[in-house]
Design a protein around this ligand. Structure first.
Ligand SMILES: Nc1ncnc2c1ncn2[C@@H]1O[C@H](COP(=O)(O)OP(=O)(O)OP(=O)(O)O)[C@@H](O)[C@H]1O
Ligand SMILES: [Mg+2]
Length: 282
């Protein structure tokens, strides 16, 4: 039997293994209003989208992520998209995957807490934590505060541990150490809270543990402390996007500011009165 000769292209021999072709911009924008389209296709630099409830802000953010992947050819791991709840993060992942498929898989779509946890697990040593540090939930935090208060002889019936923890939490979210917290105003109640706060910090340290607020605070501290780690993430995140920006607090703002510093491509959407881009659902 003779063997016929011929030449084959690689694709014919091996099958076409290249990823799905990129989509054109129109498919991602043709059902948007003009202001939505402008926000989605914004070339870069800071972008603030402020519009009313239900006007399509999250839709803009999701489309923009898809647009960056598909049209601007940004790599998935260069995109950090922050939402407020795990449910919103899952929803965004699902919606982007529907638009662009598996290309979206390696994006960082996170809540503030999950993004910080991821940064800290990979770089725990910068702040002297073990990588397997534990996380106290709010019940564990409250009972630890209660234990410390009893230790200090504070009447936990008169002053509820929960309220002291809330004050500690507010201090952490304002990025105040126990000393800085006390400096604001040294009245007796504050002195007591600062003392409990300091002991609480010491006890978390000893337990190689962080509470929910620490995840944010320590992620910022870690980035501030280690220039090499900071620059690595600053270079990695070509685009940082934040949904529900009106709800961010001081430490969350700081995190976003640090991570977006190198490329300056920060897109935030939120509810408020003033607006740069105003739009309504069609
Ligand atoms: N241009 C549009 N055409 C059709 N439907 C739209 C358009 N823009 C938004 N929508 C729809 O309007 C609804 C609200 O959109 P979306 O959730 O993005 O708004 P939002 O501003 O983020 O709302 P919230 O204030 O609750 O966060 C969704 O069902 C969305 O699909
Ligand atoms: Mg929304």
């Amino acid at each position: 039997m003779g063997v016929s000769q011929g030449s084959f292209g690689d694709a014919e021999l091996w099958g076409d293994q290249s990823p799905a072709p990129f989509l054109d911009a129109a498919r991602l924008t043709d059902d948007l209003t003009e202001p939505q389209r402008q926000a989605v296709t914004h070339p870069g630099g800071p972008l603030l989208v402020v519009a009313g409830a239900g006007s399509g802000k999250t839709r803009v953010l999701t489309r923009r992520v898809a647009y960056l992947l598909e049209v601007d050819r940004v790599a998935p791991w260069e995109i950090l998209a922050i939402t407020f709840t795990n449910k919103a993060a899952d929803e965004m992942k699902r919606r982007v995957a529907e638009l662009v498929g598996s290309r979206s898989e390696r994006m960082w779509v996170q809540t503030f807490h999950s993004a910080c946890l991821r940064l800290l697990r990979a770089n725990a040593g910068v702040l002297g934590f073990e990588p397997g540090f534990t996380i106290y939930d709010s019940d564990e935090s409250r009972s630890e505060v209660e234990r410390i208060m009893k230790d200090l002889g504070i009447d936990v019936k008169a002053t509820k541990p929960r309220s002291v923890l809330a004050m500690i939490s507010a201090a952490k979210n304002a990025m105040q150490s126990p000393d800085a917290y006390l400096e604001v105003d040294a009245e007796p109640k504050r002195e007591m809270v600062a003392k409990v706060y300091q002991r609480y910090e010491d006890s978390l340290r000893r337990a190689n543990a962080m509470d929910f607020d620490d995840l944010l605070l320590n992620a910022v501290r870690m980035l501030q402390k280690d220039a090499e780690v900071r620059q690595r993430y600053q270079r990695q995140f070509r685009h940082v996007l934040v949904d529900e920006f009106q709800d961010t607090n001081g430490v969350q703002n700081k995190l976003v500011e640090i991570l977006a510093e190198h490329h300056g491509n920060i897109c935030v959407v939120g509810d408020a009165d003033q607006s740069i881009y105003r739009f309504r659902a069609a």
